[in-house]
Ligand binder design. Structure first.
Ligand code: SF4
Length: 438
């Protein structure tokens, strides 16, 4: 999808606390510039452009978000215009400047490649992204308002809360439809594939009319019963919604399933690799771009698990690519301690943090080795930016740099049950490694 060259370097961003392309948000380690990627896709040329921009205008550190976007950290004072110009020249901007924030459409990183998919979602995704960007009234949507289009891929994040979601049914000619809070197996209705754009357009218009002060669908639906929203929606659509479909059985691959996965295209595999603590250095991104070009199709897909998927690798080159990915410093083993740890920016980057979570996570990884739970999250404060959902175990930083330990439990609000208070990171490591976190 091409950006509009008139989306100028000096566009005025609208107010929001979220970083954007033009809205470089200050942090303790410099500015943060967020680049929204269509379906998480980054070409090798764009990856090099981002690496170069991060090196020339910022600290050289890039952060992978849990919505498959990429942000540049440590943007230096006075370098913002040069940074934006570089990114726009690489085609990383929106179709028009006012549409930067609304490019929120999550796809599986394996879209068009996953053998379990019922539908290649990318053509429809392009049309939905164009709809969001080309309709001025939709530019009023919150920077966090997000759509999800699921093709039925095994490699999919299905527990991420999205305001509106569409999910392909077997056969690929129909989609299930739901709103925030609608469980995946209890879709509200079904539609034909070609009805997706008018449905989304009408649902967004209705949301904006009814939303008032609310910025997210779940906030609106806390006041307005979902059935009422649906009735109003039906009244406006020029077609009848189909009955709620029976959710198809699907084999789900967790995003933590690092490694090589077979593609729908015979003889090709896709490598799913983790970025340690959700970050890459510019040099690592550059090396990934080279690898994608020499061994794959020149595409990188960012994942909502803060990793990278490298598609279109000949199966015969699988082992060679694994070696290079390891040399670059990416994680290929789900059991590796850093592959099981999430950590927010921490006190080095965020004024709200009560601990240096990134440094503590590295120390915790050393202490754990192959022991400990499948996923742990170190959060500098209760906002929990690094995780899209509550992790099985959370270490929540407390004043003085110590941590409270929580375990997620059914029926428990927030991070779950409080297991221990005021642990230093070594004590937390001992407790988690010994498996006596009960
Ligand atoms: S979770 Fe809190 S401390 Fe960590 S980055 Fe977010 S706001 Fe900052």
């Amino acid at each position: 999808m091409k950006h509009d060259p008139s989306a100028s370097v000096a566009a005025i961003p609208r107010p929001s606390a979220c970083p954007g392309l033009w809205r470089v948000v200050s942090a303790l380690d410099g500015g943060i510039c967020r680049v929204k990627l269509p379906g998480g896709l980054l070409t090798s040329a764009q990856a090099r452009a981002m690496a170069e921009a991060a090196r020339m205008c910022a600290s050289g550190v890039l952060e992978l978000t849990n919505r498959s976007n990429l942000q540049i950290r440590g943007v230096r004072e006075g370098e913002q215009s040069a940074l934006v110009a570089h990114l726009l020249a690489a085609g990383l901007g929106p179709r028009q400047a006012a549409a930067d924030d609304v490019r929120n459409l999550l796809l599986s990183p394996a879209a068009g490649r996953d053998p379990a998919a019922h539908l290649d979602t990318r053509p429809l995704a392009d049309r939905l992204l164009a709809l969001l960007q080309d309709t001025p009234e939709f530019h009023a949507l919150s920077a966090k308002f997000a759509l999800q289009l699921d093709g039925g891929e095994a490699l999919a994040m299905l527990d991420h809360p999205h305001d509106i979601w569409l999910s392909a049914l077997s056969g690929g000619t129909q989609l299930a439809f739901g709103l925030a809070g609608t469980p995946r197996d209890q879709a509200l209705a079904s539609i034909q594939l070609e009805q997706a754009e008018p449905l989304v357009k009408t649902a967004l218009q209705l949301f904006l009319e009814l939303a008032g002060e609310h910025s997210r669908m779940r906030q609106l639906l806390a006041e307005l019963p979902r059935a009422d929203f649906l009735t109003r929606l039906r009244a406006r659509l020029p077609f009848a919604l189909g009955a709620s479909p029976v959710a198809p059985q699907r084999s789900e691959l967790d995003g933590a399933a690092l490694g090589a996965h077979a593609q729908a295209q015979p003889g090709l595999v896709m490598w799913l690799a983790g970025a340690p603590l959700g970050r890459l250095e510019a040099t690592q991104l550059w090396a990934l771009a080279d690898l994608a070009e020499t061994e794959g199709s020149g595409e990188l897909r960012l994942t909502p698990w803060q990793g990278v998927l490298l598609p279109d690798i000949p199966a015969t080159r699988q082992a060679a690519v694994a070696e290079v990915l390891t040399d670059i410093g990416l994680l290929l083993d789900t059991r590796a301690p850093l592959a099981r740890l999430l950590a927010c920016s921490g006190s080095a980057g965020c004024a709200k943090a009560a601990a240096d979570t990134k440094v503590d996570a590295l120390r915790l990884a050393e202490r754990l080795g192959l022991n400990g739970p499948a996923q742990m999250h170190l959060s500098g404060c209760p906002r929990s930016c690094a995780a899209a959902h509550i992790a099985p175990y959370t270490l929540l930083a407390q004043p003085g740099g110590r941590y409270d330990l929580y375990r997620r439990e059914q029926g428990q609000a927030g991070f779950g049950r409080l297991l221990a208070t005021s642990l230093d990171i070594d004590q937390a490591g001992e407790r988690l490694a010994a498996g006596n976190s009960e």
